[in-house]
Design a protein around this ligand. Structure first.
Ligand SMILES: NC(=O)c1ccc[n+]([C@@H]2O[C@H](COP(=O)([O-])OP(=O)(O)OC[C@H]3O[C@@H](n4cnc5c(N)ncnc54)[C@H](O)[C@@H]3O)[C@@H](O)[C@H]2O)c1
Length: 251
């Protein structure tokens, strides 16, 4: 039987995932849910749901969130009482209340929350040396438009802990949440966000140091249909769906 997947948020990432799910005979699209009705009008009525309660009742094998941090805060604690979930808007976990509610739901139900590597790489390495890490510093450089700005020259728009960055740039620094969760947490992980009118790709660097030595990660991601989003995020989310489906967790 096909593994059923429901998708919350059918924008750039969700739209890609839906197409990949439809083309994979071992997967089935259980439902789509989007607060913007224009995004779901092309889908058959039987798979369009209008609330998270209706989505949960569909009993998907996995519910994927590709919507917003607010969607994670609002839906994840409820979803995880019933169903495994994969989230893209990882920055939501920088909110202490949301993190606590999600952990409590998982503990009680035994359901699991999956976080794909998204727009960054090397998450396995960060996690492996987690206890030896002294310092993790990230730099994200994006074109001004994708940060909702109009800078004419290169500008450092934020420098500080990942926790605050996730609140200030809920759509742009999810990778700092992914690195924080796998490494030394939201308060010790530092990030600089740079708006650069000359940037044509989204560039992310991570420098990690500890008693093991040092490593340096650099990703130049092509923006997807949504300029704030790198296309590797959608690719890694689909890869995670396939790993959850076959039960081999190479996390
Ligand atoms: N983890 C990562 O590395 C990573 C990388 C890129 C993007 N992201 C995040 O993934 C999410 C999706 O990105 P995208 O580029 O596809 O965005 P998008 O704007 O193209 O699509 C989001 C869709 O979700 C819908 N939506 C928003 N809030 C909703 C809600 N509460 N309930 C139901 N639907 C809702 C919107 O109407 C929209 O159609 C964003 O939060 C983005 O910041 C994460």
């Amino acid at each position: 039987m096909a593994f059923s997947v429901g998708v919350i948020g059918v924008g750039a990432i969700g739209g890609y995932l839906v197409e990949k799910i439809k083309r994979d005979k071992t997967l089935s699209l259980c439902f789509v849910f989007d607060t913007d009705q224009r995004k779901v009008k092309k889908f058959p009525k039987r798979i369009v749901v209008n609330s998270i309660e209706e989505a949960i009742r569909k009993k998907a094998g996995l519910i994927v969130e590709s919507a917003s941090q607010q969607a994670v805060a609002d839906y994840a604690p409820n979803v995880l009482k019933h169903t495994d979930m994969l989230i893209l808007s990882v920055g939501a976990l920088a909110g202490r209340k949301t993190e606590k509610a999600i952990k409590a739901a998982c503990r009680k139900s035994g359901r699991r929350l999956f976080v794909p590597s998204g727009s960054i790489i090397g998450v396995d390495g960060i996690r492996a040396v987690k206890r030896l890490l002294r310092k993790v510093e990230m730099v994200t450089t994006k074109p001004p438009k994708s940060l909702g700005r109009h800078d004419r020259k290169k500008t450092v728009v934020y420098s500080g802990p990942a926790r605050r960055a996730c609140a200030l740039f809920p759509r742009s620094v999810n990778i700092s949440a992914t690195i924080s969760l796998n490494g030394i947490g939201f308060d010790k992980t530092k990030i600089k966000v740079i708006s650069d009118p000359k940037a044509i790709v989204n560039t992310h660097t991570v420098q990690a140091e500890g008693s093991f030595g040092k490593f340096f990660i650099r990703v130049e991601g092509q923006p997807s249909k949504n300029p704030s989003t790198s296309s590797t995020a959608a690719i890694s989310a689909f890869d995670t769906i396939k790993r959850v489906q076959c039960g081999i967790n190479l996390f």
